[in-house]
Design a protein around this ligand. Structure first.
Ligand code: SIN
Length: 281
């Protein structure tokens, strides 16, 4: 029968009719891959996969890109464990971002499996950077053509960064963040899988537009960040036991809502290696 792809409003598609606990056929994998390229995020429901099956599914897509700042699974270093305990206040990923844009070769995507959910809340909101780009005014598109932006991890994961301090032992490796060389990527990319244009700046890691006076750069980024989070480009995903989300870091943003104090939430994330990004043409 194969996979059925149901588009969602805002961004993303739900994939029905596949069982990720077994190896997908070439046809099924092709359908899922095409939906991922087209929609930027795909969701699966009612799955029951082990850590080993999570890793096997990830490896079908690309080599695994181990995150240096998150807590690794004790038995499977390929998996980052994102936990908020019942007595903790801060969650992980609780502001708009896209994973690894601070890397010279940014990650392709991430596969997030729900392992323990609060009774209510803890949704994740996703936004489409394809749609954000398409909706820009033509003069803004012309202004952005050829621009490049600088991305950094130091202010988030580096020594003394508030984000890391507030999350104590759940975020580590401040030395690695201090030594990371800031990356520079096109502000508008041609997406390597879909060939579509996408905005590639994000409010967590993009710190300035290369070669632009600081005030002008900050104003332009603020305008773009406000535009990217317009509700019509986004979808709030309600997790259920057995839910899996797989997003493309080059064409989406996401943030995890922190509205479930007093309850535990544990998610397992595998990040997939990507490729150098080409400018939108
Ligand atoms: C993340 O930012 O990768 C985590 C998202 C979530 O826990 O919902």
């Amino acid at each position: 029968m194969g996979a059925q792809v149901n588009s969602l409003p805002g961004v993303g598609a739900e994939i029905v009719g596949v069982n990720l606990a077994r190896e997908l056929s070439t046809e099924e994998f092709g359908q899922v891959r095409a939906a991922y390229a087209e929609h930027g995020i795909i969701f699966f429901r009612d799955q029951s996969i082990s850590e080993e099956q999570h890793i096997a599914f990830a490896r079908r897509w690309a080599p695994i890109d181990i995150n240096r700042f998150l807590t690794a699974h004790p038995k499977h270093p390929e998996i980052a464990v994102l936990t908020k305990e019942a007595d903790q206040q801060e969650n992980i990923g609780g502001a708009w971002h896209t994973d690894h844009s601070y890397d010279q070769i940014p990650a392709m995507g991430s596969i997030l499996v729900a392992r323990e959910l609060p009774p209510a809340g803890g949704n994740t909101v996703f936004a489409s950077m394809y749609r954000a780009y398409e909706a820009l005014a033509e003069d803004m598109k012309r202004r952005l053509a050829g621009l490049r932006a600088v991305h950094s991890a130091r202010h988030i994961f580096g020594k003394g960064a508030e984000y890391g301090k507030a999350r104590g032992g759940r975020i580590g490796n401040a030395d690695a963040a201090e030594h990371l060389v800031d990356s520079v990527h096109p502000v508008v990319i041609t997406h390597p899988l879909s060939g579509k244009k996408a905005l590639y700046v994000n409010s967590a890691y993009t710190i300035r537009i290369e070669g632009m006076p600081e005030a002008e750069s900050q104003n332009l980024l603020a305008e773009l960040f406000a535009h990217c989070v317009r509700p019509e480009f986004s979808h709030e995903f309600v997790w259920r036991p057995g839910s899996i989300a797989m997003w493309d870091n080059r064409s989406t943003w996401h943030w995890a809502k922190n509205d479930y104090h007093g309850h535990r939430r544990e998610m397992h994330r595998i990040t997939l290696a990507g490729e150098a990004l080409s400018p939108g043409e």
